[in-house]
Design a protein around this ligand. Structure first.
Ligand code: FES
Length: 155
């Protein structure tokens, strides 16, 4: 049984070949090292909890008339308010000015930002006064079987 030994796998490694291998390896590893963080940054973050399905945030009696409460929806703060008119409404609790968390001001029947005295309408989320440049993003509120759920983004 004859074997062919014409392949070069047993050829001795030359110094030049070894240096070319090291150079090629370092170039490839440098490129991969630069691309991995860039691709990781550009890919959208997915959360297992963020499915778009309504999220239960409490019982209806937890949000009585004249109340406002911060809840967590898919790890994001949302303010659920039940002002003097308009019924239950939900908005992002992140102020559109510099990102402070807004609060419910029952005395003024308004959503208030404590950082720079920004005020928002509890029915529409529109800016009433202060420096915020845009209204608060509104979310769908679903009341079913005595439970309050926050649904999709409306604005
Ligand atoms: S951060 Fe809300 S008013 Fe400035």
């Amino acid at each position: 049984m004859a074997q062919s030994f014409s392949d070069t796998t047993n050829a001795p490694v030359t110094r030049r070949g070894f240096i070319q291998f090291l150079l090629g390896f370092s170039v490839v590893s440098t490129i991969v090292g630069m691309l991995v963080p860039v691709v990781g940054f550009l890919l959208p973050k997915s959360s297992a909890a963020d499915t778009g399905a309504p999220v239960e945030v409490g019982k209806a009696e937890d949000f009585g008339p004249g109340s406002g409460k911060i809840v967590s929806v898919n790890d994001k703060p949302v303010i659920v308010v039940n002002g003097k008119s308009g019924g239950l409404k939900a908005f992002t609790a992140i102020c559109t000015h510099l990102g402070c968390i807004v609060l419910w001001d029952a005395r003024k029947n308004s959503i208030a930002c404590p950082c720079h005295d920004g005020f928002f309408n509890p029915v529409t989320g529109a800016v009433v006064s202060g420096p915020p440049p845009k209204p608060l993003t509104q979310y769908e509120v679903i009341v079913k079987d005595g439970k309050v759920m926050i649904g999709k983004q409306l604005s």
